[in-house]
Write a protein that binds this ligand. Structure first.
Ligand code: FES
Length: 148
């Protein structure tokens, strides 16, 4: 168990130090700014959709190691997924982050953050990118993003 915990910590460190898809997409379809009211950290999510599939997903911004690693892992996991799959994974990840429950079908790489529910103040860090991504699917937000 200690080995597994160490592996998870290494993966979180790696994603924090070398975040995947840490960039702005120029001609995005969806865009949303997210904000953690507990610490003031912010990030932005950029999404391109092709035929209902997330073809590109990226993020920028400042945050703690947990928020950055979670955003990085999210972009890797959801690229190539349909919007309905992304919606389901959002719900599964949120359930895991808040209650530690790992549901069937949750990709293994997301479980590196399965212990975060034990630290309530960090749950918002882990969910920041996910909530921002999920809110960007709202139709009104798409309209807002295009007119910003
Ligand atoms: Fe700000 Fe984690 S402390 S997002």
């Amino acid at each position: 168990m200690d080995e597994l915990r160490e592996l998870y910590q290494q993966l979180i460190l790696d994603h924090n130090q070398n975040p995947r898809n840490f960039r702005e997409i120029e001609n995005y379809d969806f865009h949303k700014k997210g904000y953690n009211p507990l610490c003031g950290d912010q990030l932005e999510i950029f999404i391109n959709i092709k035929d209902d599939i997330i073809s590109e997903l990226s993020f920028t911004g400042m945050g703690c190691a947990i928020s950055k690693a979670s955003a990085s892992i999210m972009t890797e996991t959801l690229t190539g997924k349909s919007l309905s799959e992304a919606n389901l994974l959002f719900k599964q990840f949120r359930e895991m982050a808040m209650n530690g429950k790992i549901t069937d079908g949750l990709p293994l790489k997301l479980s590196v953050l399965s212990g975060i529910y034990k630290y309530p103040s960090r749950v918002k860090c882990a969910l920041l990118a996910w909530h921002t991504m999920h809110q960007s699917f709202d139709t009104q937000n798409i309209v807002d993003a295009k007119t910003e």
